[in-house]
Structure formats: structure tokens, C-alpha cells
Ligand binder design. Sequence first.
Ligand code: SAM
Length: 285
Amino acid sequence: MDVWFSELQCSGLKITCKVLQTLHREMSPFQEIVVLDTEMFGRMLVLDGAIQATIADEFVYHEMLAHVPICSHPEPKDVLIIGGGDGGCAREVLRHQQIESVTQVEIDRRVVDVSRHFLPELACSFDDPRMSLYFEDGIAFVKDKEACYDVILVDAPDPVGMAAGLFSREFYESLHHALRADGIFAIQTESPFLNKELIGRIYGDVSAIFPIAGICLASVPTYPSGLWSFTLGSKKNDPAQGPAQTGSLTNQGLRYYSPEVHRSAFMLPPFVQCLLRKGDTPPPG
Ligand code: SAM
């Protein structure tokens, strides 16, 4: 008998994958953690019923979340990651030899433990000597930080429950304080097809706090609608102008990010541009 996993992506839409094996299931103090082996996407991390990462397509998300902001900064040294317990984001950040320290704040220790065991392709950098890993709420952690980081990456799940505050204006104000004078941050901001109001609201908040705000897009097949957005706030360098440097990325076997993809990811189709203009009515859907 075939076993299928379905994620309810929004009312009226599910993605369904054939499951070869359920490798792990537990309730942590924060959420349900499941690891599946699927026919189409290989191993898959699912938190509270929502797909977080799969072996087949995680590279798109993690390369774009990490390399677009890091390469937009001329001299990145100290990076903060909030969330990202699967380790894929840290793996990408640590490809950059010029990065001296990576501080990661993940609320749920069990996501890291489970990822180390079942997703070693992602969770392969936690023992790097440049890494410091804290198990705390990222919103509280960043509140009192002042000009400590060059780059902040918010590797957040969907904007509900304990992650809701990662999508608030107060949080982006905290990130602004925590960044140095030429600092830049990036956060995943869901699908332009399914989360129109969220994207417009976050872009408005980030534009009000940072002198430069931008949105870039990438294709992630297992995320709702397959088209994904990242919002960036920068104090000095405009990420839409393309990389200021690519450091040690050459010949590292990246599969999605390149300087050309970096630039083109900021070319937004008109329906997405429309989401960013205050007062414009988002197209129906
Ligand atoms: N790529 C993923 C996605 O968008 O589906 C996000 C992956 S990563 C696993 C998200 C992590 O954020 C989870 O491990 C979760 O425990 C963590 N998280 C949620 N809220 C948090 C908070 N307030 N502070 C720190 N980490 C948080």
C-alpha cells in the first residue's frame, strides 16, 4: 500500500508526496518534528506539518538566503543566523572564507539534533570552529544587540506561533540596531502568489526602517506555489546592484547562486512589483 504525505499549503491547496519511509517523528517542547524519505525529493524535514527542507531542492533556498546578502556586503566578517536549525544556511555562510564568526540562534535544540542525525548533508557545519550555536528565542536574543553584525539571516518557518514575531516591524528595528553601519539582513518572505499582503507589509516595514529595501525571487518546488521571495534591508549597499564581492565562492560547486542569478533575481515581474507599491490593490488570489 502506498503512503502519501500531504502539506496543506493554504486553504484549497495541498502538495502531496509519495513516502518511502518515515524515518523519525517526535513532539519536541516546541513543535512536531518529522523526517520522511520521499520518492521525488529524498529526505524531507517537516515541522508542524510544513515542509522545511528537502535534499532535492534545499540548495536553492539556502544558497539564495545566504549568498545574496553576504555577496552584497563588501567585507562581511560577523554573521548572525536566526532559526535555520537544519543547518543548510550555516553550511552556505561558512563557504565564505572571509567570514570570521557565525552566531546562530535556534529556539528548538531538537531540530538541530534530528538534522545532524538524518540530514547530514545540511547539518554539516555546526562543528566549524567559527560557529557559536545558542538555543534561545531569536527575537529576544537580538533585542539588546548594538552594531555587532555585518549580515543577519533570518531562516524562519511560516509566520505563525513562535515564528510570528520574526515577521514584525519591531523585530526589523532590532535587526537595524544589531547591524553595523554597512550591515544587511535577509529573511524568507513566503510566496508572492499566496502571501501577497504579507510581502507588501514586510516590504513597507523594511523600507521604513532601512534606507535600502529589496525583494528577490527563486524557484523552490516544494514550497507553496514554487515561487519564493526573500526580503532584504540594507544600510549602505544595494543588493539589487549585484554582488560587491564573491569571495571564496568560485569553484565551490554552487548549484543555484551565481553573480548573474543574483542580479536577475531582483528583476520582478509586474504582479510582484505591484505588491510593493503602497496603496496598489494586490491582484486577486
Ligand atoms: N527553510 C525553512 C522554511 O522556510 O520552511 C525554515 C527552516 S528552519 C528549520 C526554521 C527554524 O526556525 C525551525 O527550526 C524553528 O525551530 C526555528 N524558529 C522558529 N521560531 C524561532 C524563533 N523565534 N527564534 C529562533 N528560532 C526559531
